[in-house]
Design a protein around this ligand. Structure first.
Ligand code: KIV
Length: 298
């Protein structure tokens, strides 16, 4: 069956047309289908899942097997968006062969359309080999969370002229090596603007200002699912944490009071032999197929 997914060519051409690219993380099939329906063009199965899904303080404990598991779930929930599978810590730095194997698994087992990796100039030969193998690559420079210990924390990068120049050189080297897009994370907006104007591939920013060719946010963050996480770069577009707490509390109250489930949420025996519980007037429901609980084929 021909794929209807958004292609790397379509994404690249958005820069030429001056159209912004919207990317968002997703980690499971349900969120993927919701974000896909919302028209998000790129779904990043980010190793940020180590923090927001697995509850770690960094992304370092995430393995390639974890990433493939979540990428496959996202693929199953997505019809149109371009899926980027993030290569986790040390799954692409030991050798070019290791990087090729990891990238291959991400497409073959995870169903991703491209992969993302963190790093600059030093990774350009690896990127070139992956691209030559027919696997599209998204680069990631600036604040690179897999190097959190080397950076001394999750800190804005490129504030002084030397480090800004280094990031620009890294960005150019990654474009040269064949990346089709580049994530710019945690850098001053002036630096991001300069990189964006010097590259022909699209830049996708997070904490990198408004001049990037696109923007990415972690879906749990933009939906307001973690009340305590309020970095300067984040805008929340919903308050799902509060809504989930309200809904779950109401469920708990109704269970404790005995007002849920009602008869309309219940099934009946084929013959009403349990005479102690005769059906009430409104017990039948249009969807009442007593054999089938869910929509899956029998
Ligand atoms: O892992 C991730 O979610 C990311 C984005 C924040 C760009 O790398």
């Amino acid at each position: 069956m021909a794929s209807k997914s958004i292609t790397t060519l379509q994404l690249r051409s958005k820069k030429t047309k001056g159209e912004k690219i919207v990317m968002c993380t997703a980690y499971d099939a349900t969120f993927a289908s919701i974000l896909d329906e919302a028209g998000i063009e790129m779904l990043l199965v980010g190793d940020s899942l180590g923090m927001v899904v697995q509850g770690h303080d960094t992304t370092l404990p995430v393995t390639l097997d974890h990433m493939i598991y979540h990428t496959a779930a996202v693929s199953r929930g997505t019809k149109r968006a371009h899926i980027v599978g993030d290569l986790p810590f040390m799954s692409y730095r030991i050798s070019v062969e290791q990087a090729l194997t990891s990238a291959t698994r991400m497409l073959q087992e995870g169903g991703a359309h491209s992969i993302k990796l963190e790093g600059g100039k030093d990774l350009a030969p690896t990127v070139a080999k992956i691209v030559q193998a027919g696997i599209p690559v998204v680069g990631h420079v600036g604040l690179t969370p897999q190097s959190v210990h080397a950076m001394g924390g999750f800190k804005v990068q490129g504030r002084d002229i030397e480090s800004a120049r280094r990031i620009l050189d890294d960005a150019k080297a990654l474009e040269e090596a064949g990346c089709f897009a580049l994530v710019l994370e945690g850098i001053p907006l002036e630096v991001a603007a300069e990189i964006t104007s010097q590259l022909s591939i699209p830049t996708i920013g997070i904490g990198a200002g408004m001049h990037c060719d696109g923007q990415v946010l972690v879906c749990y963050d933009l939906l307001g699912m973690n009340g305590e996480f309020k970095p300067k770069f984040l805008k929340t577009y919903a308050n799902l944490r509060e809504q989930v707490i309200d809904a779950a509390s109401q469920f708990a109250t109704e269970v404790r009071e005995g007002t849920f489930p009602e008869e309309k949420h219940s099934f009946r025996a084929k013959k009403p032999h349990l005479v102690k519980h005769p059906p009430s007037e409104d017990s039948s429901s249009e969807n009442d197929d007593p054999e089938r609980l869910y929509g899956a084929p029998a």
